[in-house]
Structure formats: structure tokens, C-alpha cells
Design a protein around this ligand. Structure first.
Ligand SMILES: [Zn+2]
Length: 524
């Protein structure tokens, strides 16, 4: 294996990541994230466990229809149960039904787990691994074998742990993945055992799956790659159960920039992907995150600022642009510009560096961010802002007023929200009323009713996601609400954001901007 060979990245944000507290993804969220992972260039996307819930089965149905440009989608599950023929195991059948090119199964490496948890014999455990891998290989799938508790199991009984890997190899496994399931191992142990396994099974590539219980998940993955692993499993931003999984947003730049190993298509997209996953899962961004954190390249102290302005290398270990981040000099009006220039370019609305328009947009973005706006999952709002500044388009209606009310009945019938919208479209006045389940639904219906006769195309637009986040929660009643809305016209999806003291106003901003952007795009 040459030192420059590509390391395969296996993302499990959608499966192991969702085991983390506070990290929830809807079916739509999972697909949005999966598409971004594919663009970014990870090699495998583990979509879920089809045996565990119907949402995961839905994801695999949608994934089977999707055209993936680089990534292979993997379904995750376990080996067959003890004393059941593999053909008769319903969980194994569901794995095949998911119709993914890759299936990942985990098996028990630790004899203690076999006798105490599975309550079967070591021989039957090995047969379960061998049979299941062989069965899935027979169906033409790439099979990744996750050796659960491998390191703990090896320390307790090396013969048994190695015999389980042997069983997977005999079944025809394409990968042996060594898992530090409890996250308690040290880099030196991980390196030693990776080496032992790579030497014992020279024809089957080895990979690493680590957890962060000792804050060592990234270090352990790196140690394993150094010792011969060619696949790293992990999650974006390290989401995962307990203290989380190996953080891909740290491990990928280390592989590429420090070790000279290719891992993804375009490392400069990494910061955006990190923010995107935070925003879609409705989590705050960790400012001090290595490489992609907001403060990862910010300089405050006078002497540091002076030095980095002369020569960035003096206080920066990499160039921030390499991971899509930026240097922030906390006094400079210009910092933050290049991110906006790149995004505008991607939207087909190119801006010139240092132009009045670019600086005005930057100032507006900074001001909005101060008040709680975040644009990563709301590219639609940023696009509107750029379009308005460039004078490309103006909103095709003038709002006079909107109003909404909430009505709860004593007889426990479902409560109803009613909304009215009064606006002018090209001197025509529209005044509409609609009822809905909830404020957003009522406002959405009333706004569409007012616009549909003039812009019939909005019939094709629907609201597919609505997320609310309370900001500055320590200030209780003074807190602000951020609303994120996603619209689709059946082909494209776009996100818009609104922030206000009132949840209704925040919702209205995101909602009306989403419709506005659709109309502006269809005009140009
Ligand atoms: Zn795990």
C-alpha cells in the first residue's frame, strides 16, 4: 500500500450519528445530507438500519432511485440470529430488500458478549458471521464486515477475536472494519492491533471505526491509517452516541493536508458541509471546532494580527481556504468576503471582489448574522439578498398587512389557525383569508391564494420542511426565534430563514422569501 493511496471515507452520520442525543433527522433531512455527502466525495454513505425503523426503509427506497455521482449507499444490520438459517432470518432479508450496492453487517468479536449477551457458543457465532457474509456476497453485494468490540475482544481473548475475522474472510468479506465500540482504547493499541490484523489477512483491506469517549476517536483513526487501514468510518461534526463518533471534519483534512492521502473530491467544501449538517439537524455550530469552526482561524491579539497579516504561516497551521474556511481578523471590515464571492459564483450571480455590491452584501450578511441569521441551510435567503443588491429583481408584490389567529374549541375539536393577507400585485389589490393547521400552514395558504391567479406556477411549489430554533435562550422572554423553511417545486429544493422576536414574523419572513425566490428565479 503506497503512502499516497486514497483512504476510503465511510460516512455514518445518517445511522450512527442519529444515535446521538439531540441529533434527529427526518426522511427529507437524510436525503438532503446524503446528496451533499455525495457531492463532497465520500465513498460510502450508510443510510440506516432497514430492520430498525420504517423511516430507514423509506430512505433506501428513495436512494435506489437517486443518481449518485460518487458515493455508494450502504445498508447496515447484524449477522443472522443464532440457530436460524440465514435464508430464514427476516432482518437479513430486509437488508437485501434495501437494494443497496453495499451491505454492512456487524458481528461479535468479544467472546464475553457471545456467551453473556447472545447466549450462544463461539462456534455458532463464527458460523453466523460466515453464513451471513457468504449469503450477502452470493446476492452480489459488496460486504463490509464491522467487527464490533474488536479491540476489547482481542485484549480479552485474541484467538476468538481473530477467529471471527477469519470467518468473515471465509465468507468473502470485502472489508474488515475494526471497531472501538466503547471508545476506550489508546492510539498505540489501535496501531498495534491494526498491524496484526493487516498482516494476518493481507488480501482483505482493513478499516477503522472509532468512538470519542476518551477524546481520541480522530487520533485513533489516524493511528490505524498509519498502521495500514485504508477505510475510515465516522460522522460529520462527530455526531454520535455518548461523546460521539470519529469526527470526519477533522480526520479528512488531517489525512489530506498532513498525511498526503487523498480522501474526498473537494476539501474546500468541507466547512459548508459542516454548517449544513448543523443547520439541517437544528444544532448550534461549535465555534472552536478544529479546521471548520468559526474561530479556527480568527485572530484577535494585536501582535498576532500584525504577524498573520504579514505572513499567515506565522500563526496558522494550514491555509484556511484549504478547508473552505476563512481568516478572520476581528477588526477588519473585509474578512468574510471570499465565502460570499464563492457562493454568488455558484448561484450564477458573480460578484467582483472588493466591488461596492460585494461589500454591501457582506455588511448586510454580517448585520443579519449578528441578529441570529444563519445562511448555510438557507442559501435561498442569501440568493435573494444578492439578487436584490444586484438590482436583478424586486419582489413582485407589496405587502400591506397580514394577520393570524389561533382558535381552540372547548369540545376538543382540532384547533384552527386563520390567516389573512392583504397585498398589491401590479396595482391589483388582493385580500385573502385561509384556515390551516398551525400558523405557517394558514399563512402559506392565504399568501398563495393572493398570488395564484397572477402567478399560476406557484401551484407547483410546496413547503416541505419547517424548523424552529430559539436563540439566546438564557434571556428567556427576550429570546429570538429562527425559522428555517424548505420549499420544493418537485425538482429543486431551496431553504430560507427568518429571525424575529415573534415566531409568526420569523415564519412569515422565511415563508414569503421562499415564494419570492421561486418567482424571481422563474422570471430570470
Ligand atoms: Zn459505532
Amino acid at each position: 500500500m503506497s503512502a499516497s493511496a486514497r483512504v476510503q471515507i465511510y460516512d455514518t452520520t445518517l445511522r450512527d450519528g442519529t444515535q446521538g442525543e439531540g441529533f434527529f433527522l427526518s426522511g427529507l433531512d437524510k436525503m438532503r445530507i446524503a446528496k451533499r455527502l455525495d457531492e463532497f466525495g465520500v465513498d460510502y454513505i450508510e443510510g440506516g438500519w432497514p430492520g430498525s425503523n420504517p423511516k430507514d426503509i423509506e430512505f433506501f427506497k428513495a436512494a435506489a432511485k437517486q443518481n449518485w455521482s460518487h458515493a455508494k449507499v450502504a445498508a447496515f444490520g447484524s449477522t443472522r440470529r443464532a440457530n436460524v438459517a440465514v435464508e430464514d432470518d427476516p432482518q437479513v432479508k430486509l437488508l437485501l430488500d434495501a437494494e443497496t450496492p453495499v451491505i454492512t453487517i456487524f458481528g461479535k468479536s468479544w467472546e464475553l458478549q457471545v456467551t453473556e449477551v447472545l447466549r450462544t457458543t463461539a462456534e455458532e457465532n463464527q458460523a453466523m458471521i460466515r453464513d451471513t457474509v457468504r449469503h450477502l456476497k452470493g446476492a452480489g453485494r459488496e460486504v463490509v464486515y464491522d467487527a464490533e468490540h474488536f479491540f476489547d475482544g482481542y485484549k480479552d481473548g485474541p484467538e476468538h477475536a481473530m477467529a471471527t475475522l477469519q470467518a468473515a474472510v471465509e465468507g468473502g468479506a470485502d472489508w474488515l472494519i475494526l471497531c472501538d465500540t466503547n471508545g476506550g482504547c489508546l492510539p498505540s493499541e489501535i496501531a498495534d492491533l491494526t498491524r496484526i490484523v493487516s498482516e494476518a489477512f493481507p488480501d482483505t483491506p482493513v478499516g477503522i471505526h472509532t468512538h470519542n469517549d476518551c477524546e481520541l476517536a480522530v487520533a485513533n483513526a489516524i493511528a490505524s491509517v498509519d498502521a495500514g487501514s485504508t477505510q475510515v468510518q465516522g460522522t460529520i461534526n462527530g455526531y454520535g452516541e455518548r461523546t460521539g463518533n470519529c469526527n470526519l471534519t477533522s480526520v479528512i483534512p488531517i489525512l489530506e493536508l498532513k498525511m498526503g492521502r487523498k480522501a474526498v473530491n473537494d476539501l474546500t467544501k468541507m466547512r459548508d458541509l459542516s454548517y449544513f449538517v448543523d443547520d439541517v439537524s437544528n444544532n448550534p455550530h461549535f465555534a472552536r471546532a478544529a479546521f471548520i469552526g468559526r474561530t479556527a482561524f480568527s485572530h484577535k491579539g494585536g501582535m498576532h494580527v500584525n504577524a498573520v497579516q504579514k505572513l499567515a504561516r506565522t500563526y496558522e497551521h494550514i491555509r484556511p481556504e484549504q478547508v473552505g474556511n476563512e481568516q478572520f481578523i476581528l477588526v477588519s471590515e473585509l474578512s468574510g468576503q471570499s465565502n460570499i464571492l464563492i457562493k454568488a459564483e455558484e448561484m450564477g450571480l458573480p460578484l467582483k471582489k472588493g466591488s461596492d455590491e460585494a461589500l454591501n452584501i457582506l455588511a448586510q450578511v454580517k448585520e443579519l448574522e449578528q441578529t441570529g441569521y444563519s445562511f448555510e441551510a438557507a442559501g435561498g435567503t442569501l440568493e435573494l439578498l444578492i439578487r436584490r443588491e444586484l438590482g436583478h429583481c424586486t419582489r413582485p408584490w407589496n405587502l400591506d398587512e397580514y394577520h393570524c389567529s389561533f382558535r381552540q374549541y372547548q369540545d376538543r375539536t382540532r384547533p384552527v389557525c386563520e390567516a389573512t393577507v392583504k397585498l398589491k400585485v401590479e396595482d391589483e389589490e388582493a385580500y385573502t383569508v385561509a384556515e390551516g393547521h398551525g400558523v405557517v400552514n394558514a399563512l402559506d395558504k392565504a399568501l398563495r391564494k393572493a398570488l395564484v391567479s397572477i402567478f399560476p406556477a406557484i401551484e407547483n411549489v410546496s413547503l416541505v420542511d419547517y424548523k424552529v430554533r430559539i436563540l439566546d435562550s438564557e434571556e428567556a422572554t427576550a429570546s429570538k426565534t429562527r425559522v428555517l423553511i424548505v420549499h420544493t417545486d418537485g425538482e429543486a429544493t431551496w431553504g430560507t430563514v427568518g429571525v424575529s422576536d415573534s415566531i409568526i414574523e420569523a415564519s412569515w419572513i422565511a415563508l414569503s422569501d421562499g415564494i419570492d425566490l421561486f418567482l424571481q428565479r422563474s422570471r430570470s
